[in-house]
Design a protein around this ligand. Structure first.
Ligand code: OAD
Length: 265
């Protein structure tokens, strides 16, 4: 199958991962810059990004997220993000974006909230830590430029409470010891899209997480077109090649430019 199948009538689902934000300078969980020191102990992100860690040391986990949020806010959307916003304009109702990234750069680049499923949440938002309600709210001002190692002040901590029940609020992100669901993370909607899409374009993901890989397998299993954009081989590029799809070996901005070119004919 060639990229021309992208022009078949039907939904084209784009699935993005941290690689698309790499060109904006946002580090991943896994890089050396991800480590976090509490006292004399270094924590790996997979240990901090958990409900367990939050329940043990909420202020430390908040400090790490507020720092990472500042890194995301200082970053700018790059050409890959802009191309995805342009692709939404070009494809209209045929377009859907499912992102694992919590940095908010797709929305800042111009993708719509309706057509962007943030299946791992968004670091700019918070919600009730005891789930007294399902709403989530944007973090207010007053947390700008939160430095690495900085601790939240008493007045900042006072803002990190659920507006409904005053319990602790938590970052609106999926933690490693938690599960996807529909209400918070659009789990069923994302699977439903993969069941009907004519094509899935994965970009900048290592394929280590459950929902995205399920989506890739569903599309490949139906004989629909799977396109992977990544400089490195990964489960999606392998799945694409095994199912007659396409691996565009390269950066997000390069691969998405090729997709745009095909769709513009
Ligand atoms: P990873 O950091 O696991 O993988 C990033 C992928 O991007 C790798 O396959 C790189 O080869 C690729 N890459 C690097 N630079 C790129 C570029 N310029 N253009 C295109 N691709 C590039 O990130 P994710 O796959 O997104 O989950 O990780 C998925 C999830 O694992 C994250 O959302 C997080 C983590 O656990 C949660 O927080 C729940």
């Amino acid at each position: 199958m060639s990229l021309q199948r992208l022009r078949d009538p039907g939904m084209v689902v784009f699935l993005s991962g941290a690689g698309i934000s790499a060109e904006s300078g946002i580090p991943t969980f896994r890089g050396p810059e991800g480590y976090w020191t509490v006292g004399a102990r270094e924590y790996h992100p997979q240990e901090l990004a958990t409900f367990h860690a939050f329940s043990q040391m909420p202020e430390e986990v908040w400090a790490w997220y507020l720092y990472r949020r500042s890194v995301c806010q200082a970053a700018q959307p790059n050409a890959g993000h802009s191309l995805l916003a342009d692709l939404e304009q070009l494809l209209g109702e045929r377009f859907l974006l499912v992102t694992q990234n919590v940095d908010g750069l797709h929305l800042r680049a111009g993708n719509s909230r309706e057509k962007t499923y943030e299946v791992h949440g968004n670091i700019d938002y918070y919600r009730c830590a005891v789930n007294c309600c399902t709403e989530h709210w944007p973090l207010s001002q007053g947390f700008e430029d939160f430095a690495k190692g900085q601790k939240a002040s008493a007045e900042q901590l006072a803002q990190l409470r659920c507006p409904r029940c005053q319990a602790w609020a938590r970052p609106h992100v999926l933690w490693f010891d938690e599960c996807y669901d529909e209400v918070t993370y659009r789990y069923e909607s994302s699977r439903g899209a993969a069941r009907q899409a004519v094509a899935l374009v994965s970009v900048g993901t290592s394929g280590v997480t459950n929902l995205p890989l399920q989506m890739g397998r569903m599309v490949a299993g139906r004989g629909a077109l799977l396109v992977d954009i990544n400089p490195e081989s990964n489960p999606f590029s392998q799945l694409a090649q095994e199912s007659g799809g396409v691996w565009l070996r390269g950066k997000a901005s390069q691969g998405l430019a090729q997709v745009m070119q095909v769709l513009k004919g």
